[in-house]
Design a binder for this molecule. Structure first.
Ligand code: OSB
Ligand code: MG
Length: 370
């Protein structure tokens, strides 16, 4: 197959409520939707950049540039039978992983449709439903946090992740343990601690968190190994793991025991699957992270989480967690017992609401081979 038309759309959608992390506040989600055409097939992907380069180095502007000037020309000049061949053609381009993943994701959608399979099956998934967790941004005070967590538990979510940073960690976490007993609880620090905080992090050991995510620097695996040696809570890496090779080194050094896999962060399904397979071999569980995705990225995440070693609930929640109205139909929903059903129709398995997509598009450009 060969792509014969690619449409990039920058979209801007107001989140239901702002999402606060140790690195910033997201009010409006600005990202890119990739629409790829191959003959009669149309596939969709999402470039999961945030509005500023505070999680990784990419933004809408950098991803647009790299897609337009490099990845789209490569895609138009590459004939492929499987999306892995396109991923291989992208691989000389360094990093810019979210840009790559958006385009590769659209191609996986096409590939799945052309084979009459749901995306989950096309990538080798084995589940018909995935356990659902929710990530909760920083709240103004402990009472609000406890109330917010209670409301999500009532909706069925199987595990709760809360954002922490130095000075906002032990107190809110103890309050959650006091209010909800042994609920499956974890914390994400988004790189806000250093090795000087070892004592403070050791104080969290008796909270029996499922894990602490990315406590130290975004590009570190050395200090994390020292920290993991000093605390009992399992460390999960997010920002530090961009490739399967990074995971091999981190697990080898003992820098973490669990890995969060995000398709965007690692540059597409091909690398995500490689990373998944490596972790499976090494006996390290993985879960699917999120980047406040629209329904398109959410559908990709659901498919990813059907791979066998995704044994922990991920940050894949209902469309209604972030959106007044999602751009897919039906919207993603979570059952009362905390599962998301994997669609069975070919491709994404959800209809893209073109009418809504048009309403939120702020920039559009169509590309065709010369
Ligand atoms: O670190 O996992 C993270 C959102 C934006 C950037 C980084 C992260 C997150 C989340 C939210 O935790 C995950 C989601 O619900 O999509
Ligand atoms: Mg994280």
């Amino acid at each position: 197959m060969q792509l014969d038309r690619i449409v990039l759309r920058e979209v801007a959608v107001l989140l239901k409520e702002p999402f606060k992390t140790s690195f910033g506040l997201e009010h409006t989600r600005r990202f890119i939707i990739v629409e790829a055409h191959a003959g009669e097939y149309v596939g969709y992907g999402e470039v999961t950049v945030l509005s500023a380069p505070l999680y990784n180095e990419e933004t809408v502007g950098t991803a647009w540039h790299v897609l337009q000037s490099f990845l789209i020309p490569i895609a138009f000049s590459t004939e492929w039978e499987t999306p892995e061949q396109l991923a291989a053609a992208f691989s000389p381009i360094r990093r810019n992983n979210m840009a790559k993943a958006g385009l590769e994701g659209a191609v996986w959608d096409i590939y799945a449709q052309a084979n009459g399979m749901p995306l989950a099956k096309a990538i080798g998934g084995v589940r018909d439903r995935v356990p659902s967790g929710v990530s909760i941004g920083m709240q103004p005070d402990v009472d609000t946090l406890v109330r917010t967590v209670g409301a999500f538990l009532e909706q069925g979510y199987q595990r709760i992740k809360v954002k922490i940073k130095p000075g906002w960690d032990e107190l809110p976490l103890r309050a959650l343990r006091a209010a909800f007993g042994d609920l499956p609880l974890m914390a994400d620090a988004n790189s806000s601690y250093t090795l000087r905080d070892i004592e403070a992090l050791r104080q969290l050991d008796d909270l029996y968190l499922m894990m602490i995510e990315q406590p130290l620097a975004h590009d570190d695996i050395i200090d994390h190994a020292q920290l993991q040696g000093a605390i009992e809570t399992p460390i999960c890496l997010d920002e530090s793991i961009l490739t399967a090779e990074d995971a091999r080194k981190a697990l080898g050094l003992g820098s973490c025991r669990i890995i969060n896999i995000k398709v965007g962060r690692v540059g597409g399904f091909t690398e995500a699957r490689r990373l998944h397979d490596l972790c499976k071999d090494k006996g390290a569980p993985v879960w699917c992270g999120g980047m406040l995705e629209s329904g398109i990225g959410r559908a990709h995440n659901i498919a990813l989480a059907t791979l066998p070693n995704f044994t922990l609930p991920g940050d894949i929640s209902a469309s209604s967690r972030y959106w007044e109205q999602d751009i897919i139909e039906p919207e993603v929903t979570v059952s009362a017992d905390g599962y998301i059903q994997v669609p069975t129709r070919p491709g994404l398995g959800f209809e893209v609401r073109r009418d809504l997509l048009d309403q939120v598009t702020v920039r559009l450009e169509a590309f065709e081979p010369d």
